[in-house]
Design a protein around this ligand. Structure first.
Ligand code: C2E
Ligand code: MG
Ligand code: MG
Length: 585
């Protein structure tokens, strides 16, 4: 904009001149692009930003139309000519009209302008002019796009998150419904992620997740979706499949890809995954149902040992229903009545042949289903908070029984109580045990706790702390089902443990697999090496007993001696072998 020239002006003219100068400064100082055209599209006035954009700085433009300006501004000629169309449209509509204009700049980066054209009218509605304002919205748009991206993507892997995954799943199902196609949903979970995270640290865990995300993306088509739903849980939506086997083939190739070692920092990490697959149509009507069923299939793949995929089958849902029923009934049983009880399986000292104690095993006599084994209801209880109530109930029962036996004049012996992994991890464990001991007056030295190997080894420092505290209370510790987990021998050395219990599966295998004998021998040596006693579970035959005797095992339990007994039967057995009685027999 050019200010009018100075001269010998009157005060009014001088004021007008000054005002005009201010307006010109203001107009040119605007970062928005401003231009005023007459009703025929001729440029009247444009600010500095506008002239720069059109490369018209220093060029006389006022009074020229787009056709006349185009040869003067070759860089923007095409736009100048094209913009006549939006001028026309603005006049036709009779109100402000906006659109976006992508402007290629000299540095190769595009600018995004939001252009608004507003028609101006005289009071008699005749056309006065056209105001054009264009604003640079490049950054704002980029920020909005970034926010949009963040809201729909996982920040660690940049994969779609649960929100976007659900949208994509909806779309895939809608498409399959329209065209009669087949879609598949695969849930994938890294098998040993927690261990890797705990032992190698979160930074390596994060690297692993990114590497898994990349391998998953490489294993599917562009049109398929790979999303991260939770810590180490990923989901894939496969579309346009010709049959369900197609999903199986993708699952196989994913498993292959994921089992190659990962080089993370200085570590070479091996990891597998478990996959659960649901197919649409067939396995569910909608997204939530497919997801739920894929989760059941995933759970099955995990319980079958991991590093595999499972298709959903209807029985899995029945399994869930059964679990829910057990949970409900167990809840009821814990509220009172006599459905629950504790059985005591004698532990035999192999040197003396005498009973040295017992393992307490929970029993449940269901009113309609009959006896339900702990292997069926403990895992259900573990999936809910019921395990804490059940665990406390068993311990309380055992402590009261110890007191009852004491008052009956039975000699003092130790009873082992099983602790489930969830109980062991619970921060209130020590308080719970202390309060039960206080309430019942039982002697803590008569209590042994059995924990499984895997739970002890997971989170080593924490476990050692808990075990030390338990020992300070006077309890002793046994590691149950030893040999089935993945104990690190170097860790075991530092473990405050009093007894190793060799898992029953090795005893079962003794006849058929000579290597089981070698393992049993090694565990006995190992136990003695760390100053612990060694027990063997599940001895059913005289041959098995001989083997254990020959290899200096300390203690055994099994059906060969006795099944788990009611408290009275246990007391009777103990009384029968009391010194004096035994000799008479
Ligand atoms: P576990 O702690 O390893 O207990 C030993 C299991 O082996 C018991 O099964 C016992 O009856 C069985 N057994 C002992 N000797 C023989 C034998 O010679 N042959 C055979 N075939 N089996 C034998 P049970 O009572 O069914 O308990 C199964 C598992 O349930 C236990 O394994 C333990 O992990 C869990 N459990 C039992 N009671 C409790 C409890 O009160 N709390 C918790 N957390 N878990 C419990
Ligand atoms: Mg046990
Ligand atoms: Mg066991």
């Amino acid at each position: 904009m050019t200010p009018i020239s100075r001269g010998n002006a009157s005060p009014t003219v001088e004021r007008f001149r000054q005002q005009n100068e201010w307006f010109a400064t203001l107009f040119d100082g605007m970062t928005d692009i401003l231009c005023l055209k007459d009703p025929d599209g001729r440029w009247l006035v444009a600010n500095q930003a506008c002239l720069e954009l059109f490369d018209l700085v220093g060029i006389e433009y006022s009074g020229f139309s787009a056709e006349e300006l185009a040869p003067l501004a070759p860089k923007r000629a095409a736009y100048l000519l094209a913009s006549r169309e939006s001028d026309r449209r603005t006049w036709d509509e009779g109100r402000a009209y906006s659109y976006e204009w992508v402007v290629p700049m000299d540095d190769g980066i595009n600018k995004l302008l939001e252009v608004t054209k507003t028609p101006l009218y005289h009071s008699d509605r005749s056309r006065k002019g056209l105001l054009v304002v264009a604003r640079n919205v490049t950054d704002r748009k980029a920020a909005a796009a970034r926010i949009q991206h963040l809201a729909h993507h996982d920040s660690l892997t940049d994969l779609p998150n649960r929100v976007l995954f659900q949208e994509r799943l909806q779309d895939a199902l809608a498409q399959a419904r329209r065209h009669g196609g087949i879609a598949a949903l695969i849930l994938a979970d890294i098998d040993n992620f927690k261990e890797i995270n705990d032992t190698l640290g979160h930074a390596v865990g994060d690297q692993l997740l990114r590497a898994v995300a990349n391998r998953l993306k490489r294993g599917v088509r562009e049109t398929d979706t790979v999303a991260r739903l939770a810590a180490d849980e990923f989901a894939l939506v496969l579309t346009n499949l010709t049959d369900a086997d197609g999903a199986g083939r993708v699952a196989e190739s994913i498993l292959r890809n994921l089992t190659h070692p990962y080089g993370l920092d200085d570590n070479e990490v091996m990891s597998g995954a478990s996959l659960g697959i649901t197919i649409f149509p067939g396995d569910g009507e909608d997204g939530p149902q497919l997801l739920k069923n894929a989760d059941l299939a995933l759970h099955r793949a995990k319980t079958e040992g991991g590093s595999r995929y499972c298709f959903f089958v209807a029985e899995m849902d029945e399994e869930v229903q059964r679990r829910k029923a057990i949970e409900r009934d167990l809840h009821f049983a814990l509220n009172g009545g006599d459905q629950l009880s504790v059985a005591y399986q004698p532990l035999i000292d192999l040197q003396t042949g005498r009973i040295t104690g017992a393992e307490a095993l929970c029993r449940w006599q269901h009113p309609t289903l009959g006896a339900i084994g702990p292997a069926d209801f403990i895992p259900v209880a573990e999936r809910s908070d019921l395990i804490f109530r059940l665990g406390r109930w068993v311990l309380h029962q055992v402590c009261m029984q110890l007191q009852a036996w004491k008052s009956q004049g039975l000699p003092s012996f130790r009873v082992a109580v099983n602790l489930s992994p969830a109980q062991f991890r619970h921060p209130g464990l020590l308080d719970m045990i202390r309060s039960v001991i206080e309430q019942t007056g039982a002697d803590p030295h008569q209590l042994q706790l059995e924990i499984t190997e895997t739970i002890a080894m997971r989170n080593f420092e924490y476990s050692v702390g808990v075990l030390r505290n338990l020992r300070e209370l006077g309890l002793t510790i046994a590691i149950d089902d030893f040999g089935t987990g993945h104990s690190s021998l170097s860790y075991l050395r530092h473990f405050p443990v009093d007894k190793l219990k060799i898992d029953r599966s090795f005893v079962l295998d003794l006849d058929d697999h000579p290597e089981s004998g070698a393992i049993v021998r090694a565990i006995i040596d190992l136990g003695h090496g760390i100053g612990a006693k060694v027990n063997v579970e599940g001895v059913e035959t005289a041959d098995q007993l001989r083997f254990m005797n020959d290899h200096a095992c300390d203690e055994c339990q099994g059906f060969l001696f006795s099944r788990p007994l009611s408290p009275d039967d246990y007391a009777a057995l103990l009384a029968a072998e009391a010194p004096g009685k035994k000799d008479e027999a």
